[in-house]
Ligand binder design. Structure first.
Ligand SMILES: [Zn+2]
Length: 154
């Protein structure tokens, strides 16, 4: 099983502290590292051989995309984004999953184009530093905020 599949199994067992909400096509989870405050993932429910958006049947694809944009809107409102960054990558783990990053001015310091640019112009070792792992009451607070906005939109 892939890493995302393992996280989903934890959700099903009630053992994933980052889990926020289940939608029709996927699971909303808070990111482990929060340099970009509000970083959220939307994990597609199934894996199998469906590793590209274009592998999904038309109605399923439309639903997955629609739900992703609802999650993005909730993230944007819950964490006061100036702009959202959306990524669906999967060379590390081919299980379909969206990375949803709320962006604010100054969040990539002076990297990129004088501090302007996408999340991936910020160094990976800083983004995934143990210093910005989110736990305990801070994590609960993030989950409450996001769930509140999600429930308004769903
Ligand atoms: Zn998987």
């Amino acid at each position: 099983m892939c890493l995302i599949g393992e996280r989903i199994e934890m959700i099903k067992k009630g053992e994933n502290p980052y889990f926020v909400k289940e939608l029709n096509t996927g699971y909303v989870v808070i990111g482990d590292n929060q340099h970009f405050y509000g970083y959220t993932l939307f994990l597609y429910k199934n894996h199998g051989n469906k590793t590209e958006l274009f592998h999904l049947a038309k109605a399923e694809k439309a639903k997955f995309l629609e739900e992703m944009t609802i999650v993005a809107e909730a993230v944007s409102k819950a964490f006061d984004a100036e702009k959202m960054n959306y990524e669906l990558l999967g060379m590390g783990d081919a299980h379909l999953h969206w990375h949803l990053f709320p962006k604010i001015s100054g969040d990539i310091e002076n990297y990129g184009n004088n501090g302007k640019g996408p999340v991936w112009w910020y160094p990976m070792e800083k983004m995934y530093s143990d210093d910005n792992r989110i736990i305990g009451e801070q994590l609960l607070e993030m989950k409450r905020k996001l769930l509140k906005e999600l429930d308004k939109l769903l």
